[in-house]
Ligand binder design. Structure first.
Ligand code: HPA
Length: 240
């Protein structure tokens, strides 16, 4: 039976799925990176496609913005038989040496969101990327994106894009947290609960310093995202 939101039947999704937040990015990935891609779900605009990469089926599914939406999509994809989930998104960079367009391979996601604490009942918990995905992404990055600044380490998943804190970098950088985004903690948690593997690759679209935010230009974002998606597909390929 089809889940409530990701309206598709078992078998319509590949075992490995890329997870962008943005439906237009899902469509772009399907059209430009996959062969024979077909739309498998469009409920609520959460577009999902299945196609072929390097001779194997791969899907791409929109999560929407924020952990509540990402949690619904992750849960339902796993119900549909998905085993490997790789978020491909953007982030605000906290590391002072980061440049716009740099790449982050997340190893863990501090859950500064309400979704993970709702799941755990408030018990402290550290959502982590699956080692297989971190390992595969780290090794593929050397081949796919050798000239791209690459940071590997922990991120934070927040509920707020517009953070009222005037200097969030001060805290997070002092704790060794590389970047902020809004979905990974829920995806990592649900994958771990259901025995699936999850990872997260991010392009730095905003550089967050004390009292200022610098935003990437659209053309630079496109080039960096293209490279990240190429890396993500090579990462999934290396998993088998
Ligand atoms: N904050 C949270 N999520 C983000 C950001 C940010 O600044 N940039 C891209 N995703």
């Amino acid at each position: 039976m089809s889940p409530v939101h990701v309206r598709a039947e078992p078998g319509e999704f590949a075992e490995s799925v890329l997870l962008p937040g943005d439906p237009r990015r899902a469509e772009y990935i399907a059209e430009n990176f996959l062969e024979d891609a077909r739309l498998v779900t469009e409920e609520r605009g959460l577009l999902g496609y299945t196609g072929i990469y390097a001779g194997r089926p791969v899907s791409v599914q929109t999560t929407g913005m924020g952990c509540p939406s990402a949690a619904i999509v992750t849960e339902e994809l796993i119900q549909l038989g998905v085993r490997n989930l790789l978020r491909v998104g953007t982030c605000g960079g906290y590391h002072p040496e980061m440049k716009l367009g740099d790449l982050v391979i997340a190893t863990a996601a501090t859950p500064q969101d309400g979704t993970v604490s709702s799941i755990t009942g408030g018990v402290p918990y550290a959502p982590a990327a699956h080692f297989d995905l971190v390992h595969a992404a780290f090794h593929a990055a050397g081949a796919v994106a050798p000239d791209r600044g690459t940071f590997l380490g922990p991120i934070v998943s927040a509920d707020l894009f517009y953070d009222p804190d005037k200097d969030p970098q001060a805290l997070w950088h002092s704790l060794g947290v590389l970047a902020v985004e809004m979905e990974a903690s829920a995806i990592f948690t649900l994958a771990a609960m259901r025995g699936a593997r999850a990872g997260c690759l991010l392009t730095v679209s905003d550089a967050i310093g004390s009292g200022k935010v610098e935003r990437i230009e659209d053309s630079a974002l496109k080039g960096a995202v293209d490279e990240m998606v190429g890396l993500a597909l090579e990462t999934l390929k290396a998993l088998h």
